[in-house]
Design a protein around this ligand. Structure first.
Ligand SMILES: [Cu+2]
Length: 303
């Protein structure tokens, strides 16, 4: 009914169908009995309520049957899930990098793409990482979903079994543009994959300043693409005019090396107008003068 494009899709679907089937039986069964009782025990037929005392046979039955049903659901779930945790040794490895609000895929040899291209019928292990908050890598057609957690690497594996193009979605609410955080997976023949990976350019090395910014978590409050987060964006910051409040007095400053230095080492000295005091901590002793210079170089590069 729905595209089953990986080796695990069928098992997941089977577990789903079993649980769904059981639920339908209960829905129909309970509704029927309910309606029947409404008629059978209506007040005109049955004016006086009766007290019913224990019934051992009935109690054993309604314990054992649900137990069997629960174990049945567990069995189908377990059989589908267990092999997903046995990682093959000879699989190809791709690193999935998630950030607000985009996916990128890093292939061996430091080649990076914003589309995940995979050869047909070949096992792949995905190493899932995040640069900011928790995301969840979800490919409905593969019936695969796993969290991308900052600071740790989760893994998933599967074999794509159908040529085609499928959606990658983020399944963990991660902020404003969460619902736009999507990418494509393309499953192709091995020869097509080889040609594609050969043509893929090497990843452009990240500017050192940006690495320092990410390492210190500045990007949790300051975006680098112009989006307003907790504070102003770093995009175009160098050389702009900032309206700040210093000792209760409002004035305008040009963002230069000295201002950036004070902003980072003594954030509560010049408060950007309209933004809260005390939210940004001082990075004195955490960010060296050398790192500061690299941050400033980076600011100059993102006009
Ligand atoms: Cu996300």
């Amino acid at each position: 009914m729905f595209t089953e494009a990986s080796n695990f899709a069928e098992g997941v679907d089977l577990a789903f169908k079993v649980i769904f089937g059981i639920s339908i039986c209960f829905l129909v069964g309970i509704t029927t009995v309910m309606l029947w009782f409404v008629v059978k025990y209506r007040r005109s037929k049955h004016p006086k309520a009766e007290q019913i005392k224990d019934n051992t046979a009935l109690e054993i039955t309604w314990t054992l049957i649900p137990l069997a049903i629960a174990l049945l659901m567990f069995y189908y779930g377990y059989v589908a899930f267990r092999p997903q945790r046995d990682f093959p040794k000879d699989a190809m490895n791709v690193t999935v990098v998630s950030k607000m609000w985009a996916w990128s895929f890093v292939y061996p040899g430091d080649k990076e793409s914003d589309m995940l291209v995979l050869p047909l019928n070949k096992a792949v292990v995905l190493n899932l990482t995040s640069l900011d908050v928790i995301h969840s890598f979800y490919v409905p057609a593969f019936r695969q979903k796993e969290d991308c957690v900052p600071g740790k690497t989760n893994q998933m594996w599967f074999i794509p079994t159908m040529i085609g193009e499928y959606w990658v979605l983020c399944a963990e609410y991660c902020g404003m543009n969460h619902s736009y955080m999507e990418a494509k997976v393309k499953v192709v023949q091995q020869s097509e994959y080889d040609a594609w990976i050969n043509a893929l350019p090497k990843k452009i090395a990240e500017p050192e300043g940006l690495t320092i910014i990410k390492k210190n978590g500045c990007n949790g409050c300051h975006s680098i693409d112009g989006t307003k987060l907790v504070s102003t964006s770093f995009k175009g910051i160098y050389g702009k005019e900032s309206i700040v409040v210093t000792d209760g007095k409002e004035h305008s400053v040009t963002v230069d090396d000295a201002y950036i230095k004070t902003s980072i080492y003594e954030p509560d000295k010049d408060i950007v107008k309209g933004l809260p005091k005390g939210v940004m901590k001082s990075y004195k002793g955490i960010i060296s003068d050398n790192d500061l210079a690299k941050i400033i170089d980076y600011f100059k590069s993102i006009k």
